[in-house]
Ligand binder design. Structure first.
Ligand code: ATP
Ligand code: MG
Length: 410
């Protein structure tokens, strides 16, 4: 895409009222535009990152057995929440319509259980699972950290239904593996963390936590650094905890990028969602739910990879809005190369065709953060070369004729 065609521009000033790294860098980079606290427009750059993350999430979800994608309504009847017994508890969080007993969905356990019971009555149809990627609405009084905590945000939520606990546990473990793969493909190291299951379930839930200075959560790591307990379930003198951390307490700030819950019959019981088993008996189905914060992931990647002091971001290639930033230092110099890239199906390219100074272009490229830069100047052109700048700052001169080959390999 030509940069002159891109909607949204970078900004020199720190946006007023923003304190978090991700909000500042994303606003300055022309990624997002704030409407209200915790409510943002995703401009083309942020939307492209969201689309790439969503594609990774879909790929890994679609690999799970018995699992398909759906789209549930955002408007939910209060009656379902009354049926499940959660209406009182959700009142503070749910945005309700004025004249109808309907609200904007903060999560979808109730709707999912309702959809499920409309279709599945026999054990033969179990297990079943479905997921969606959708905007959620939550009244968040602490919406001060950009995309990390929105009042409106995108989530991938998956719901699974099982006949037996063994089957549920088996599926839960597959989802855990899929989640770890998703985060790693997004360039993040997410730590599997024991957390509280909330008031209704006797089980712990599991969170996926990414270490970050500005993270709102506090976690306690084991010595290998690959498992953690959320502070909310830690008592520092608990023998089980001391054994977990081998006596050495490593306490870190982290961002919760995912959360999975086993809740068994918490919803199927009050909502009378049963199946008939082999012996003709009615059994309440067992369930679990699994969330990933899609827009929170965008914010998290910026918290991890962004540099506020240098006004600089470098995206992991897998989720970069544009993997390649082609920068010409005098007008028209990059046009031929851009056309060759397009013809060679290398389309993940932002081409800075603007008539602005080299200094401006480089400052903007720092904020936009493409992992590969191709620079074309009168100097490089004289030798029929382009200059490549890699994420670690290393530069290379590549012959124009070798460029396609080079990019196919990198
Ligand atoms: P938190 O403890 O951070 O408020 P939560 O436990 O309420 O989150 P869940 O209901 O488990 O969140 O939602 C699943 C995932 O959705 C979370 O792991 C997180 O990544 C993301 N998420 C939750 N709330 C928000 C929000 N307000 N803005 C952006 N992402 C969110
Ligand atoms: Mg959670």
């Amino acid at each position: 895409m030509k940069q002159t065609q891109l909607f949204g521009t970078t900004k020199k000033e720190t946006p007023s009222g923003e304190v978090s790294k991700n909000a500042i860098l994303l606003t300055r980079g022309g990624y997002i535009d704030k409407e209200l606290a915790g409510i943002y427009t995703l401009l083309p750059l942020a939307l492209r990152a969201v689309q790439k993350i969503s594609a990774i999430v879909r790929e890994e979800m679609n690999r799970l057995p018995h699992t398909s994608e759906v789209l549930m309504p955002m408007l939910q009847p209060h009656s379902l929440w009354e049926e499940s017994g959660r209406r009182e508890g959700i009142k503070e969080i749910m945005y309700d319509l004025k004249d109808e007993a309907i609200g904007l969905g903060p999560t979808h356990e109730e709707v999912a259980q309702d959809v499920f019971r409309h279709f599945v009555q026999s054990y033969k149809d179990l297990p079943r699972a479905f997921y969606q990627i959708q905007t959620k609405f939550r009244h968040e009084p602490r919406a001060k950290s950009g995309l990390l905590r929105g009042r409106e945000f995108m989530m991938k939520d998956l719901y699974s239904f099982h006949l037996t606990a063994e089957d549920l546990i088996e599926y839960y473990d597959l989802v855990k593996q899929a989640y770890l793969k998703i985060y790693s493909r997004c360039g993040l190291n997410a730590i599997y963390t024991d957390a509280s299951g909330g008031v209704f379930t006797k089980y712990r839930s599991h969170e996926f936590q990414v270490l970050a200075e500005n993270g709102e959560d506090t976690i306690y790591l084991n010595q290998a650094g690959d498992r953690a307990w959320n502070k909310e379930v830690v008592q520092e003198d608990d023998p089980e905890f001391l054994q977990f951390c081998s006596g050495e307490i490593i306490k870190k700030n982290a961002i919760e990028v995912g959360n999975i819950f086993r809740y068994d019959n918490k919803y199927s019981k009050p909502m009378h969602s049963t199946v008939v088993n082999k012996n003709g008996e009615e059994i309440e189905v067992l369930g679990a739910s699994y969330g990933i914060g899609i827009t929170r992931l965008v914010g998290t990647i910026v918290e991890v990879y962004g540099d506020l002091e240098k006004s600089k971001m470098i995206w992991p290639a897998s989720v970069a809005p544009f993997k390649i930033h082609l920068i010409e230092l005098s007008e028209g110099l990059g046009e031929d190369i851009y056309n060759v890239l397009m013809l060679s199906n290398i389309s993940d390219v932002l081409y800075d065709d603007r008539a602005v100074s080299a200094g401006n272009k480089f400052a903007d490229a720092d904020l936009i953060g493409s992992p590969i830069r191709i620079i074309v100047s009168a100097k490089t052109q004289a030798t029929k070369c382009v200059e490549i700048v890699l994420p670690d700052g290393k530069t290379e001169l590549i012959k124009e004729k070798d460029l396609i080959n080079y990019l196919a390999k990198n």
